[in-house]
Design a protein around this ligand. Structure first.
Ligand SMILES: *Cc1c(COP(=O)(O)O)cnc(C)c1O
Length: 427
């Protein structure tokens, strides 16, 4: 398997390089030149997830030094459950939020941290993360206290929930958080600008653990592969997935699993009011936009960076359109869905999961799996007033909420970030 830049196939990387670099040298995303069609009968979901994920990740990593350590790293990274609940005859929910920071982002962040740890880095590297809410805490938790790694988290000040903010800022040691005066796109732009900047390149060994990092994407491929395979083996039909989508990382992972031959019938994306993907499908013309704040804030993205990866997979717009379906869901409908599902099914969903639930209601009678991306307790500010209840706080969250927070504000420009880095980070 060859790892190349999505915008220049002559730029080729090993697996370890792809993880360390995050982005290709020309600013493109690192992709697999051709995803292999796998013989899925060789995969067994009965021997547990650690075994399954290392079997699948080995396909990508074979020949790389990281491959040797893979069993241990998968065991350390994926040490919690992700149950599939049956909601009704043809509707299921895949709960990906039982990790240490209560969103699906824990899968990717923990695997990436384990991989960096396995590399036993000789130089101190600095990882920049732009987060719309949940990546920051997942990465902080996964990388906290790893040696030779600094983590700098950029999050949009005032645009994440209080509990998300607490989970991002309750670290110290090698983890720094910066509250950027701007939105998620500003954070992402700042991070990309740092990568292209000579001072940063010369003074820090930079990497990123954003969802553009291949080491985040691949562990997400694993749970779609595992879930679809076990669904198929038990029920003899292929499920579709409905995926709450912002930066298109989680969705791209599902498309990769499907392209490699895992039994996924169809994939439908649910966005919030940031409807750039549904609009692209309607017009054939992609227009990035400034993101607007919604209740499903981790999906407030106006320029999804993984779009390049999906376009690499489906280069012609016609093929793209045949494979990608997407619907946008307003805040009003998110609220109504949370209330209705609580009343009729006694299930409490986070606002992101509610977008997918609503989209599923618009779809066929075939089997669909709604991907539940975060635990509702992270969004008590939205849910408690809506349902007039007090949410239980899971132990993982309670532990973090008891910690003191540390954060600095940052103007959304590269000079400000440089000045901060000069004072706080050494390589
Ligand atoms: C990050 C996130 C999403 C969006 O995932 P992408 O990979 O950015 O599309 C959806 N829901 C929650 C809870 C998230 O944290």
């Amino acid at each position: 398997m060859k790892f190349i830049s999505s915008t220049d196939p002559k730029l080729i990387y090993t697996f370890s390089q792809a993880l360390l670099k995050g982005l290709a040298d020309d600013g493109g995303l690192i992709v697999v030149d051709q995803l292999p069609k796998l013989e899925i009968n060789q995969f067994s979901e009965t021997q547990g997830y650690t075994y399954f994920s290392r079997q699948l990740l080995h396909e990508f990593m074979s020949g790389d030094p990281l491959d040797a350590d893979l069993p241990l790293r998968c065991k350390n990274a994926f040490n919690y459950k992700f149950p599939l609940l049956k909601l009704s005859q043809n509707t299921f929910m895949l709960e990906l939020f039982h990790g240490p920071t209560l969103s699906f982002k824990d899968f990717g962040a923990r695997f990436l941290a384990q991989s960096f740890d396995a590399m036993a880095l000789k130089n101190k590297i600095t990882i920049f993360v732009a987060t719309s809410g949940d990546t920051g805490s997942a990465v902080a938790s996964a990388f906290h206290k790893l040696s030779n790694i600094n983590v700098v988290i950029l999050y949009p000040a005032g645009k994440v929930s209080n509990r998300q903010a607490h989970q991002i800022t309750c670290w110290k040691d090698n983890v720094f958080s910066l509250a950027v005066d701007g939105n998620f796109d500003d954070c992402q732009r700042l991070m990309k600008a740092a990568f292209q900047d000579e001072w940063f390149q010369n003074n820090l060994h930079l990497s990123t653990s954003n969802s553009i990092n291949l080491g985040r994407l691949l562990p997400q491929v694993c749970y779609y592969a595992f879930c679809s395979l076990s669904y198929f083996r038990h029920r003899h039909t292929k499920p579709g997935f409905v995926i709450p989508t912002g930066n298109l990382g989680n969705a791209t992972a599902a498309y990769w699993a499907k392209a490699m031959g895992f039994p996924i019938r169809e994939i439908v994306l649910a966005t919030n009011a940031n409807s750039v993907i549904p609009d692209y499908l309607n017009t054939g013309n992609f227009q990035a936009r400034a993101s607007i704040p919604t209740l499903a804030n981790a999906m407030d993205v106006g320029n999804p960076s993984n779009l390049q990866r999906l376009q690499f997979l489906f280069p012609k717009f016609e093929t793209f359109k045949e494979n990608v379906r997407a619907m946008s869901v307003s805040d009003d409908i998110i609220k109504r869905t949370i209330v209705d599902v609580h009343r009729h099914q006694d299930i409490i969903m986070c606002p992101h999961t509610a977008t997918a639930y609503h989209v599923r209601q618009q779809l066929s009678n075939e089997p669909w799996i709604i991907v539940a991306t975060a635990h509702p307790a992270k969004f008590n500010n939205v849910i408690e007033p809506l349902l007039d209840i007090k949410l239980k706080v899971p132990v993982q969250l309670a532990r973090l909420l008891a910690k003191k927070t540390h954060v600095e504000g940052l103007e959304p420009n590269l000079d400000a970030l440089k000045a901060w880095a000069q004072n706080h980070i050494s390589s």
